[in-house]
Design a protein around this ligand. Structure first.
Ligand SMILES: Cc1cc2nc3c(=O)[nH]c(=O)nc-3n(C[C@H](O)[C@H](O)[C@H](O)COP(=O)(O)OP(=O)(O)OC[C@H]3O[C@@H](n4cnc5c(N)ncnc54)[C@H](O)[C@@H]3O)c2cc1C
Ligand code: SF4
Length: 323
Protein backbone atom coordinates (compact mmCIF):
# COMPACT_ATOMS: atom_id res chain seq x y z
CA UNK A 1 0.00 0.00 0.00
CA UNK A 2 1.29 3.45 -0.88
CA UNK A 3 1.43 6.12 1.78
CA UNK A 4 -1.22 8.75 2.37
CA UNK A 5 -2.05 11.32 5.01
CA UNK A 6 -4.51 10.02 7.62
CA UNK A 7 -6.73 12.62 9.22
CA UNK A 8 -9.15 12.06 12.07
CA UNK A 9 -12.24 14.20 11.50
CA UNK A 10 -13.96 15.36 14.68
CA UNK A 11 -17.16 16.66 13.10
CA UNK A 12 -19.08 16.18 9.87
CA UNK A 13 -18.37 19.80 8.98
CA UNK A 14 -14.65 19.23 9.41
CA UNK A 15 -14.81 16.14 7.17
CA UNK A 16 -16.68 18.15 4.52
CA UNK A 17 -14.11 20.96 4.75
CA UNK A 18 -11.28 18.44 4.34
CA UNK A 19 -12.92 16.88 1.27
CA UNK A 20 -13.23 20.37 -0.13
CA UNK A 21 -9.63 21.24 0.65
CA UNK A 22 -8.30 18.10 -1.07
CA UNK A 23 -10.55 18.58 -4.17
CA UNK A 24 -11.06 14.92 -5.11
CA UNK A 25 -7.68 13.80 -3.78
CA UNK A 26 -9.07 12.54 -0.43
CA UNK A 27 -11.38 9.63 0.43
CA UNK A 28 -13.54 8.90 3.44
CA UNK A 29 -12.93 5.89 5.63
CA UNK A 30 -15.56 4.41 7.95
CA UNK A 31 -15.09 0.71 8.82
CA UNK A 32 -12.40 0.41 6.14
CA UNK A 33 -13.53 -3.08 5.09
CA UNK A 34 -13.99 -2.00 1.47
CA UNK A 35 -11.72 1.00 1.15
CA UNK A 36 -8.53 -0.59 2.49
CA UNK A 37 -8.66 -3.53 0.07
CA UNK A 38 -9.16 -1.10 -2.82
CA UNK A 39 -6.16 0.92 -1.63
CA UNK A 40 -4.04 -2.23 -1.33
CA UNK A 41 -4.99 -3.29 -4.86
CA UNK A 42 -4.35 0.27 -6.09
CA UNK A 43 -7.35 -0.18 -8.34
CA UNK A 44 -9.12 3.14 -7.71
CA UNK A 45 -9.13 5.62 -10.60
CA UNK A 46 -6.97 7.93 -8.48
CA UNK A 47 -4.82 7.01 -5.48
CA UNK A 48 -5.80 9.37 -2.63
CA UNK A 49 -3.40 11.78 -1.00
CA UNK A 50 -5.44 11.70 2.21
CA UNK A 51 -7.78 9.32 3.99
CA UNK A 52 -10.29 11.05 6.24
CA UNK A 53 -11.34 8.93 9.18
CA UNK A 54 -15.03 9.29 10.00
CA UNK A 55 -14.97 6.99 13.02
CA UNK A 56 -13.59 9.78 15.19
CA UNK A 57 -16.82 11.75 14.72
CA UNK A 58 -18.87 11.18 17.87
CA UNK A 59 -22.64 10.55 17.79
CA UNK A 60 -22.88 9.07 14.30
CA UNK A 61 -23.29 5.49 15.53
CA UNK A 62 -26.93 5.28 16.67
CA UNK A 63 -30.27 3.65 15.99
CA UNK A 64 -33.23 5.54 17.42
CA UNK A 65 -36.98 5.80 17.11
CA UNK A 66 -38.56 9.02 15.99
CA UNK A 67 -42.22 9.60 15.18
CA UNK A 68 -43.02 6.77 12.82
CA UNK A 69 -39.44 6.24 11.63
CA UNK A 70 -36.17 4.70 12.68
CA UNK A 71 -33.14 6.92 12.31
CA UNK A 72 -29.84 5.16 11.78
CA UNK A 73 -26.55 7.04 11.96
CA UNK A 74 -24.11 6.48 9.09
CA UNK A 75 -21.57 4.92 11.45
CA UNK A 76 -23.99 2.31 12.86
CA UNK A 77 -22.33 -1.09 12.44
CA UNK A 78 -24.01 -3.84 10.46
CA UNK A 79 -23.73 -6.15 13.48
CA UNK A 80 -25.57 -3.57 15.60
CA UNK A 81 -28.32 -3.24 12.97
CA UNK A 82 -28.66 -7.02 12.67
CA UNK A 83 -29.10 -7.44 16.44
CA UNK A 84 -31.06 -4.27 17.22
CA UNK A 85 -34.48 -5.00 18.78
CA UNK A 86 -35.73 -1.70 17.31
CA UNK A 87 -34.76 -2.71 13.77
CA UNK A 88 -35.88 -6.32 14.30
CA UNK A 89 -39.35 -5.33 15.49
CA UNK A 90 -39.97 -2.50 13.00
CA UNK A 91 -37.97 -3.24 9.85
CA UNK A 92 -36.98 -6.88 10.07
CA UNK A 93 -36.03 -7.07 6.42
CA UNK A 94 -33.18 -4.61 7.10
CA UNK A 95 -31.92 -6.65 10.07
CA UNK A 96 -31.97 -9.78 7.90
CA UNK A 97 -30.14 -8.02 5.06
CA UNK A 98 -27.46 -6.70 7.44
CA UNK A 99 -27.08 -10.18 8.94
CA UNK A 100 -26.52 -11.65 5.48
CA UNK A 101 -23.46 -9.47 4.81
CA UNK A 102 -20.07 -11.22 4.92
CA UNK A 103 -19.01 -12.73 8.29
CA UNK A 104 -19.11 -11.49 11.89
CA UNK A 105 -15.68 -9.77 11.80
CA UNK A 106 -16.66 -7.66 8.80
CA UNK A 107 -20.14 -6.92 10.16
CA UNK A 108 -18.54 -5.73 13.41
CA UNK A 109 -16.43 -3.17 11.57
CA UNK A 110 -18.57 -2.29 8.52
CA UNK A 111 -20.97 0.64 8.80
CA UNK A 112 -24.27 1.22 7.04
CA UNK A 113 -22.92 4.38 5.37
CA UNK A 114 -19.96 2.40 4.03
CA UNK A 115 -22.20 -0.46 2.96
CA UNK A 116 -24.27 1.91 0.84
CA UNK A 117 -21.23 3.72 -0.58
CA UNK A 118 -18.96 0.70 -1.13
CA UNK A 119 -17.40 0.43 -4.55
CA UNK A 120 -18.48 -2.09 -7.18
CA UNK A 121 -17.05 -5.61 -7.21
CA UNK A 122 -16.58 -5.88 -10.99
CA UNK A 123 -13.47 -8.00 -11.51
CA UNK A 124 -12.16 -5.73 -14.26
CA UNK A 125 -12.51 -2.69 -12.01
CA UNK A 126 -10.89 -4.43 -9.01
CA UNK A 127 -8.01 -5.93 -11.00
CA UNK A 128 -4.93 -5.28 -8.82
CA UNK A 129 -2.24 -2.92 -10.00
CA UNK A 130 0.58 -5.24 -8.86
CA UNK A 131 -0.48 -7.98 -11.34
CA UNK A 132 0.32 -6.28 -14.58
CA UNK A 133 -1.26 -2.89 -13.94
CA UNK A 134 -4.78 -1.81 -13.05
CA UNK A 135 -7.36 -2.12 -15.82
CA UNK A 136 -9.00 1.01 -17.22
CA UNK A 137 -12.69 1.09 -18.12
CA UNK A 138 -15.70 3.40 -18.46
CA UNK A 139 -16.21 3.64 -14.71
CA UNK A 140 -12.61 4.74 -14.26
CA UNK A 141 -13.14 7.40 -16.88
CA UNK A 142 -11.16 5.90 -19.73
CA UNK A 143 -12.20 3.37 -22.37
CA UNK A 144 -15.21 1.12 -22.83
CA UNK A 145 -16.88 -1.24 -20.36
CA UNK A 146 -14.90 -4.47 -20.58
CA UNK A 147 -17.74 -6.57 -19.22
CA UNK A 148 -19.94 -6.03 -22.27
CA UNK A 149 -17.76 -8.25 -24.48
CA UNK A 150 -15.97 -10.00 -21.62
CA UNK A 151 -16.97 -12.22 -18.71
CA UNK A 152 -20.16 -10.66 -17.46
CA UNK A 153 -21.68 -13.53 -15.52
CA UNK A 154 -22.04 -11.44 -12.33
CA UNK A 155 -23.05 -8.18 -14.02
CA UNK A 156 -26.30 -6.29 -14.48
CA UNK A 157 -29.32 -7.64 -16.31
CA UNK A 158 -31.22 -4.36 -15.94
CA UNK A 159 -30.57 -0.62 -16.21
CA UNK A 160 -26.88 -0.90 -17.12
CA UNK A 161 -25.56 1.97 -19.18
CA UNK A 162 -21.85 2.47 -19.93
CA UNK A 163 -21.10 0.52 -16.70
CA UNK A 164 -22.78 -2.83 -16.01
CA UNK A 165 -21.45 -3.49 -12.51
CA UNK A 166 -24.15 -4.30 -9.97
CA UNK A 167 -24.66 -2.58 -6.65
CA UNK A 168 -23.06 -4.96 -4.11
CA UNK A 169 -24.91 -3.60 -1.07
CA UNK A 170 -27.43 -5.90 0.60
CA UNK A 171 -28.75 -3.24 2.96
CA UNK A 172 -29.60 -1.02 -0.05
CA UNK A 173 -32.05 -3.66 -1.27
CA UNK A 174 -33.89 -3.81 2.05
CA UNK A 175 -33.85 0.00 2.34
CA UNK A 176 -35.35 0.29 -1.16
CA UNK A 177 -38.23 -2.03 -0.20
CA UNK A 178 -38.72 0.01 2.98
CA UNK A 179 -38.86 3.35 1.10
CA UNK A 180 -35.96 4.59 3.23
CA UNK A 181 -34.38 7.99 2.68
CA UNK A 182 -30.70 8.82 2.85
CA UNK A 183 -29.79 12.11 4.54
CA UNK A 184 -26.64 13.67 3.21
CA UNK A 185 -24.53 16.59 4.44
CA UNK A 186 -22.36 18.62 2.09
CA UNK A 187 -20.73 21.96 1.32
CA UNK A 188 -24.02 23.28 -0.12
CA UNK A 189 -26.03 22.11 2.90
CA UNK A 190 -28.11 19.03 3.71
CA UNK A 191 -30.33 17.10 1.30
CA UNK A 192 -32.31 13.90 1.26
CA UNK A 193 -32.20 11.21 -1.41
CA UNK A 194 -34.60 8.27 -1.80
CA UNK A 195 -32.64 4.99 -1.63
CA UNK A 196 -33.79 4.08 -5.11
CA UNK A 197 -32.31 7.34 -6.48
CA UNK A 198 -29.00 6.99 -4.66
CA UNK A 199 -27.45 4.69 -7.28
CA UNK A 200 -26.73 5.10 -10.98
CA UNK A 201 -24.50 3.24 -13.45
CA UNK A 202 -21.23 5.18 -13.09
CA UNK A 203 -21.36 6.37 -9.45
CA UNK A 204 -23.66 7.04 -6.54
CA UNK A 205 -25.61 10.28 -6.19
CA UNK A 206 -23.17 11.98 -3.80
CA UNK A 207 -21.82 15.28 -5.07
CA UNK A 208 -18.21 16.30 -4.38
CA UNK A 209 -17.75 16.91 -0.66
CA UNK A 210 -20.96 15.15 0.43
CA UNK A 211 -21.18 12.60 3.23
CA UNK A 212 -23.97 10.21 4.20
CA UNK A 213 -25.12 11.33 7.64
CA UNK A 214 -28.24 9.30 8.44
CA UNK A 215 -30.72 6.77 7.06
CA UNK A 216 -34.40 7.33 7.81
CA UNK A 217 -36.53 4.21 7.64
CA UNK A 218 -40.33 4.50 7.91
CA UNK A 219 -41.68 1.89 10.32
CA UNK A 220 -43.59 -0.97 8.77
CA UNK A 221 -47.08 -2.06 9.85
CA UNK A 222 -46.79 -4.99 12.24
CA UNK A 223 -49.08 -7.10 10.04
CA UNK A 224 -46.65 -6.91 7.09
CA UNK A 225 -44.52 -9.93 6.30
CA UNK A 226 -40.93 -8.89 5.58
CA UNK A 227 -38.53 -11.19 3.76
CA UNK A 228 -34.93 -10.92 2.58
CA UNK A 229 -33.73 -13.72 0.31
CA UNK A 230 -30.25 -13.93 -1.15
CA UNK A 231 -28.78 -16.36 -3.66
CA UNK A 232 -24.99 -16.76 -3.45
CA UNK A 233 -22.45 -19.08 -5.02
CA UNK A 234 -20.61 -19.72 -1.76
CA UNK A 235 -22.29 -20.16 1.59
CA UNK A 236 -22.08 -18.61 4.08
CA UNK A 237 -19.92 -15.58 3.07
CA UNK A 238 -20.55 -14.11 -0.33
CA UNK A 239 -22.01 -11.25 -2.28
CA UNK A 240 -25.44 -11.81 -3.80
CA UNK A 241 -25.88 -13.18 -7.28
CA UNK A 242 -29.46 -11.98 -6.82
CA UNK A 243 -31.32 -10.83 -3.73
CA UNK A 244 -34.92 -9.87 -3.10
CA UNK A 245 -36.45 -7.87 -0.27
CA UNK A 246 -40.22 -7.89 0.09
CA UNK A 247 -42.68 -6.26 2.45
CA UNK A 248 -46.18 -7.62 1.89
CA UNK A 249 -49.29 -6.70 3.88
CA UNK A 250 -52.51 -8.73 3.80
CA UNK A 251 -55.87 -8.11 5.37
CA UNK A 252 -58.25 -11.04 5.59
CA UNK A 253 -56.12 -12.86 3.05
CA UNK A 254 -56.10 -10.02 0.50
CA UNK A 255 -52.91 -8.13 -0.30
CA UNK A 256 -53.32 -4.45 0.60
CA UNK A 257 -49.74 -3.36 0.05
CA UNK A 258 -46.64 -4.88 -1.55
CA UNK A 259 -43.14 -3.54 -1.86
CA UNK A 260 -40.55 -5.64 -3.64
CA UNK A 261 -36.93 -4.72 -4.41
CA UNK A 262 -34.41 -6.71 -6.45
CA UNK A 263 -30.69 -6.61 -5.66
CA UNK A 264 -27.50 -7.45 -7.61
CA UNK A 265 -29.33 -7.24 -10.93
CA UNK A 266 -28.65 -3.56 -11.71
CA UNK A 267 -26.41 -0.63 -10.72
CA UNK A 268 -28.81 -0.03 -7.82
CA UNK A 269 -31.69 -1.82 -6.16
CA UNK A 270 -34.71 -2.07 -8.47
CA UNK A 271 -38.29 -1.67 -7.26
CA UNK A 272 -40.56 -4.16 -9.00
CA UNK A 273 -43.48 -1.75 -9.40
CA UNK A 274 -45.44 -3.87 -11.88
CA UNK A 275 -45.14 -6.93 -9.67
CA UNK A 276 -46.39 -4.91 -6.71
CA UNK A 277 -49.46 -3.85 -8.74
CA UNK A 278 -50.18 -7.46 -9.70
CA UNK A 279 -50.42 -8.39 -6.01
CA UNK A 280 -52.48 -5.52 -4.65
CA UNK A 281 -56.13 -6.42 -4.09
CA UNK A 282 -55.51 -10.12 -4.76
CA UNK A 283 -55.49 -13.23 -2.61
CA UNK A 284 -51.92 -14.48 -2.61
CA UNK A 285 -51.34 -17.95 -4.01
CA UNK A 286 -48.76 -19.66 -6.20
CA UNK A 287 -50.34 -18.47 -9.43
CA UNK A 288 -50.46 -14.79 -8.51
CA UNK A 289 -46.91 -14.98 -7.08
CA UNK A 290 -45.67 -16.47 -10.37
CA UNK A 291 -47.41 -13.71 -12.35
CA UNK A 292 -45.83 -11.07 -10.14
CA UNK A 293 -42.41 -12.70 -10.58
CA UNK A 294 -42.79 -12.58 -14.37
CA UNK A 295 -43.63 -8.88 -14.19
CA UNK A 296 -40.70 -8.18 -11.84
CA UNK A 297 -38.25 -9.42 -14.47
CA UNK A 298 -40.10 -8.19 -17.56
CA UNK A 299 -37.54 -5.40 -18.06
CA UNK A 300 -34.47 -7.66 -17.86
CA UNK A 301 -31.97 -7.32 -20.72
CA UNK A 302 -29.19 -9.80 -19.93
CA UNK A 303 -25.66 -9.64 -21.29
CA UNK A 304 -24.03 -12.60 -23.05
CA UNK A 305 -23.40 -14.73 -19.91
CA UNK A 306 -25.87 -13.71 -17.23
CA UNK A 307 -29.37 -14.64 -18.41
CA UNK A 308 -29.34 -17.32 -15.68
CA UNK A 309 -29.92 -14.53 -13.16
CA UNK A 310 -33.45 -14.00 -14.50
CA UNK A 311 -34.71 -17.41 -13.40
CA UNK A 312 -33.03 -17.07 -10.00
CA UNK A 313 -34.62 -13.66 -9.51
CA UNK A 314 -38.07 -14.91 -10.49
CA UNK A 315 -37.76 -17.78 -8.05
CA UNK A 316 -36.71 -15.49 -5.19
CA UNK A 317 -39.53 -13.02 -5.91
CA UNK A 318 -42.05 -15.85 -5.87
CA UNK A 319 -40.64 -17.36 -2.68
CA UNK A 320 -40.59 -13.98 -0.95
CA UNK A 321 -44.25 -13.37 -1.80
CA UNK A 322 -45.35 -16.83 -0.72
CA UNK A 323 -43.58 -16.52 2.62
C1 LIG B 1 -15.13 -10.87 2.35
C2 LIG B 1 -16.17 -9.82 2.16
C3 LIG B 1 -17.49 -10.21 1.95
C4 LIG B 1 -18.46 -9.22 1.78
N1 LIG B 1 -19.77 -9.63 1.58
C5 LIG B 1 -20.74 -8.67 1.43
C6 LIG B 1 -22.09 -9.04 1.27
O1 LIG B 1 -22.45 -10.20 1.25
N2 LIG B 1 -23.01 -8.05 1.16
C7 LIG B 1 -22.67 -6.72 1.19
O2 LIG B 1 -23.55 -5.87 1.14
N3 LIG B 1 -21.39 -6.35 1.34
C8 LIG B 1 -20.42 -7.29 1.47
N4 LIG B 1 -19.13 -6.93 1.64
C9 LIG B 1 -18.79 -5.50 1.58
C10 LIG B 1 -18.89 -4.90 2.96
O3 LIG B 1 -20.23 -4.96 3.39
C11 LIG B 1 -18.45 -3.47 2.85
O4 LIG B 1 -17.05 -3.53 2.74
C12 LIG B 1 -18.83 -2.66 4.05
O5 LIG B 1 -20.20 -2.62 4.25
C13 LIG B 1 -18.30 -1.24 3.87
O6 LIG B 1 -18.51 -0.54 5.07
P1 LIG B 1 -17.30 0.22 5.75
O7 LIG B 1 -17.87 1.00 6.86
O8 LIG B 1 -16.20 -0.73 6.09
O9 LIG B 1 -16.89 1.15 4.55
P2 LIG B 1 -15.45 1.70 4.13
O10 LIG B 1 -14.61 0.61 3.59
O11 LIG B 1 -14.88 2.53 5.21
O12 LIG B 1 -15.90 2.67 2.95
C14 LIG B 1 -16.44 2.15 1.76
C15 LIG B 1 -16.68 3.31 0.79
O13 LIG B 1 -17.74 4.13 1.27
C16 LIG B 1 -17.29 5.46 1.48
N5 LIG B 1 -17.97 5.90 2.69
C17 LIG B 1 -17.95 5.28 3.91
N6 LIG B 1 -18.77 5.93 4.76
C18 LIG B 1 -19.30 6.97 4.08
C19 LIG B 1 -20.22 8.00 4.43
N7 LIG B 1 -20.78 8.10 5.64
N8 LIG B 1 -20.55 8.92 3.48
C20 LIG B 1 -20.02 8.85 2.23
N9 LIG B 1 -19.15 7.88 1.85
C21 LIG B 1 -18.78 6.96 2.77
C22 LIG B 1 -15.79 5.38 1.58
O14 LIG B 1 -15.18 6.57 1.14
C23 LIG B 1 -15.49 4.22 0.65
O15 LIG B 1 -15.46 4.68 -0.68
C24 LIG B 1 -18.12 -7.86 1.84
C25 LIG B 1 -16.80 -7.48 2.05
C26 LIG B 1 -15.83 -8.43 2.20
C27 LIG B 1 -14.41 -7.99 2.43
S1 SF4 C 1 -18.90 -3.09 -15.51
FE1 SF4 C 1 -18.29 -1.01 -14.95
S2 SF4 C 1 -16.56 -1.34 -13.56
FE2 SF4 C 1 -16.82 -3.21 -14.76
S3 SF4 C 1 -15.54 -3.01 -16.59
FE3 SF4 C 1 -17.57 -2.23 -17.13
S4 SF4 C 1 -17.40 -0.01 -16.73
FE4 SF4 C 1 -15.73 -0.98 -15.62
Amino acid sequence: MRSFAHINARTIDEAIALLRRYRGRAVLNAGGTDLLSALKAECLPRYPEAVINLKTIPDLDYIREDDGSLRIGALARLSGIASSPLVGSNCRVLADAARSVAGPQIRNAATIGGNLCQDVRCWYYRYPHHIGGAIQCARKGSGPCLAVKGDNRYHAIMNGKRCFAVCPSDTAVALAALDARIHVAGPEGDRTIATIDFFSPLANALRPGEIVREIEVPKVRTSAVQTFLKFTVREPIDFAIVSVASVVTREEGVCTDARIALGAVAPGPVRAGKAEEVLKGERIDGEIAARAAEQALAGARPLSRNAYKIEIAKTLVKRGILQ
